[in-house]
Write a protein that binds this ligand. Sequence first.
Ligand SMILES: [Zn+2]
Ligand SMILES: [Zn+2]
Length: 138
Amino acid sequence: MEELKKYLQSNDISPSYHRIKILEFLRNNRIHPNVDVIYRALEESIPTLSKTTVYNTLNLFSEKGLVAQLSIEENESRYDINTSPHGHFKCTRCGKIYDVEVSNALEALQQIGDHFITEYQINMKGICNSCNTSPKKN
Ligand SMILES: [Zn+2]
Ligand SMILES: [Zn+2]
């Protein structure tokens, strides 16, 4: 708790109880949640929490660079506490979003052309390993 508080303060965010709990949830649950998922997970233990607070907190975190907003979904924002460069793979069957190591691909990208990349998103879709376990026919 104290560490989370200091982390928020060092990012110019005043460490309210709600903000600390949301940060804690994001750190402990690497599932790229949306506002609803976070709200539902915390509402029971924090009765004073509102969906608007979750939404505003995520906006603030994103402004300060603490979380990344993912564009892998067409109609909702997902949030990622892991802001280091990586891609995302979404399983179209179970809806899970996996982190994908893409540093090799990025190195290749940086050698192409004269443009300077400041931001990018790498999104992939398919069937994940755990969904793709239908028994093989002999
Ligand atoms: Zn799946
Ligand atoms: Zn991620």
